[in-house]
Structure formats: structure tokens, C-alpha cells
Design a protein around this ligand. Structure first.
Ligand SMILES: [Fe+2]
Ligand SMILES: [Fe+2]
Length: 343
């Protein structure tokens, strides 16, 4: 068996087989009428509605928020009530360095960072499944850029905030040099340790991945909201502000995938409904089995008051499905109930 055959389920590897040098061969792909129509519609939708400027930028330890926010939104950023400058907001490392977070909260941030850092794997598959559909290429380009900052911003928290005083030696984190939870070198080492373990998505078609992302982004947005609240309870306002910012991105992403599913439905109503129900009854969060210590992860979530397995159906699966025009409220409720029973 050749290397290529062994990895027949992994189309990326076939390029590796070709070796060095230019390859001028080109295959002709069959792009179906449906794919073409969907691609043009989703491209138009992206161009007119879904596309947005990068809402914030993380660079060199500074997070700059460029997008003007509405009044109501300003209030949601902790510690920035009142007369903040709407044109440009900055969250700086200096603020983080004055904040202390608990050991369990830091553990939760390590975990969510690990999942965010699996993005290269997620992207590779997502693009592989959808590259013949124009609007999906647009969406994944934007999504990739936005997601790419999330893990890095969590790394910023872990290298900046203070550990509580008197943390004992059997602490879950390695004791770094200063008072922070991690050194930059530890973050770098852990990024590569994580990257050495591949992640393969649970669904294998463009539309199923979109149905998956519709729910996953909603669950993630809700998780980050709860972690934000935990950070607020600990008085870590800047940590909370960062989770608020990233949670908004996840909510926006949920909205984008929801819109893509609506376009899918216009092209193939029956198939789209089938995929949405198949995915929503078989949903799990990405890469959870790759967490270093799942029991500790669970314990940390409980300790900071962010554990929500019993709420996932009601708070995430239900609204994610109910937001789709082609799913009835009863259908959404019935799927959500499956998660209450499993809890
Ligand atoms: Fe994210
Ligand atoms: Fe996201």
C-alpha cells in the first residue's frame, strides 16, 4: 500500500507525494449547478451583509478595538462605562498585570486556548470541503483571521495576570518565573505540543460543517459569557473585557453560519434539513477529547460556576436551531431536550 492510498481520506497529503519542483498538471473539477448557484448567492450575501472589518486587533501585547460600538454595547464592556472614546478602545497588557485570577479560572483559560489553537486543523478541513463554493471561500477567509486572534489573546491573559498568593506546589500549572501563570516560552512550547495532536472534524461535508459551526459558535459564545461572568466575580475586569470581545465574535460567527444554512436551504431544502438534524442530534464540542485532563477541566468549570452541560440544550442548541427559518419551534425544542436527558 502506498503512502497515498493509506491517506486517501486526507486529500492534503497527495500534494506531499509530488515532491519538489513545479507541477503543471491540473485536474478539471466538476462543479455542480447547485454548487455554482450557491456559491454566487453566498458571495453576494457576504459582499453585501456578512463581511465586516476586523473588529479588534491583537498585536504585541495590545488589543485595539477599532469598531465603533453602540451605546448599549459600551455598557457591556466591563470597566468602561461612561465617557469612553467610541472610535478606538484599547485593552493593554498593563491593565492585565494588575489583575489576579484564581487557579481554576486560569485552568479554564488554558483549555479554551487549546481548543482555539486547533484552528489550523479546523480551517484545513473546512476549506477542503467547500473550496468550490465562492461565498464559503469568502466567509472562511474572514473567519480564519478573526479566530486566529482568539487563542493568542488567551495566551496574553495567561502571561500577564497574577496568580493568587500562596498557591501551593501541587498547583495544576507549572510555576513560571514571575507571578503570572505562564511564561511566553511555556505558551510557545504548549502551542507546539498541542499542534502535534491532529484534530479531525466529526462531520465530512460542507453543509454539515456549516450546521456544526452554527451550533458550536453559539455554545462557545455562551461559554465565554459565563467565563466572563466568572472573571467579573473575581474582579478581573480586563480579563472579562477580553472574553466579552471574543464572545461577540463567536456570536457573530454563529450568525454567519446560520445565514449560510439559509442559502443552503434555498438550494436543497430536504437535504439541508436532514443535515441540520443529523448534526444537531450528534453534536459535541470540538477537540474535547484532546484536553490534557478532562476531569480536572470539568472540576475547574464547576469551581468557577461556569459548568453548563444541563443548559447546553436550552441555551445553545435550541436558539441555534430556532433561529433557522426552516426549523419549527417544536423541532428545535425536541432536539434540545435530548441534551437535557444526556446531562
Ligand atoms: Fe474562537
Ligand atoms: Fe468563532
Amino acid at each position: 500500500m502506498t503512502q497515498l492510498e493509506r491517506h486517501a481520506d486526507n486529500p492534503m497529503l497527495k500534494y506531499k507525494e509530488l515532491g519538489p519542483g513545479y507541477d503543471h498538471t491540473s485536474e478539471t473539477l466538476v462543479i455542480t449547478h447547485q454548487e455554482r448557484a450557491l456559491g454566487i448567492e453566498t458571495h453576494r450575501l457576504f459582499n453585501t451583509k456578512l463581511k465586516r472589518p476586523l473588529p479588534w486587533v491583537y498585536r504585541n501585547g495590545v488589543i485595539t478595538i477599532d469598531r465603533p460600538l453602540k451605546d448599549g454595547e459600551v455598557e457591556r464592556i466591563p470597566g468602561e462605562k461612561g465617557k469612553a472614546d467610541l472610535r478606538s478602545r484599547i485593552i493593554i497588557t498593563d491593565n492585565l498585570a494588575n489583575e489576579t485570577i484564581s487557579e481554576p479560572l486560569a485552568g479554564v483559560i488554558v483549555d479554551v486556548k487549546m481548543v482555539e489553537d486547533k484552528l489550523p486543523f479546523y480551517m484545513r478541513w473546512a476549506k477542503e470541503f467547500s473550496q468550490t463554493v465562492w461565498g464559503y471561500n469568502d466567509v472562511y477567509g474572514m473567519w480564519d483571521t478573526e479566530e486566529n486572534q482568539h487563542g493568542n489573546a488567551f495566551g496574553l491573559i495567561l502571561t500577564s495576570v497574577k496568580r493568587p498568593l500562596g498557591v501551593n506546589a501541587d498547583s495544576q500549572e507549572q510555576a513560571p518565573d514571575k507571578n503570572s501563570f505562564k511564561t511566553l516560552e511555556q505558551i510557545e512550547a504548549e502551542y507546539y505540543k498541542n499542534l502535534a495532536h491532529t484534530w479531525v472534524p466529526p462531520f465530512k461535508t460542507r453543509r454539515q460543517i456549516a450546521a456544526y459551526a452554527n451550533i458550536q459558535e453559539k455554545v462557545t459564545a455562551n461559554n465565554y459569557e459565563r467565563i466572563k461572568e466568572a472573571a467579573l466575580r473575581e474582579g478581573a475586569l480586563t480579563v472579562a473585557a477580553i472574553f466579552d470581545l471574543i464572545g461577540r465574535d463567536e456570536n457573530y460567527h454563529h450568525g454567519v453560519f446560520r445565514r449560510l444554512l439559509e442559502e443552503e436551504y434555498k438550494i436543497d431544502p430536504e437535504g439541508t434539513r436532514q443535515d441540520v438534524f443529523y448534526v444537531s442530534t450528534n453534536f459535541e464540542m470540538p477537540a474535547q477529547t484532546l484536553l490534557e485532563n478532562p476531569i480536572r477541566s470539568l472540576r475547574n468549570l464547576v469551581k468557577i460556576g461556569a459548568f453548563e452541560r444541563d443548559r447546553i440544550g436550552r441555551d445553545s442548541v435550541f436558539p441555534a436551531l430556532n433561529a433557522l427559518s426552516f426549523v419549527t419551534i417544536d423541532e428545535a425544542r425536541n432536539v434540545a431536550k435530548l441534551y437535557e436527558k444526556a446531562a
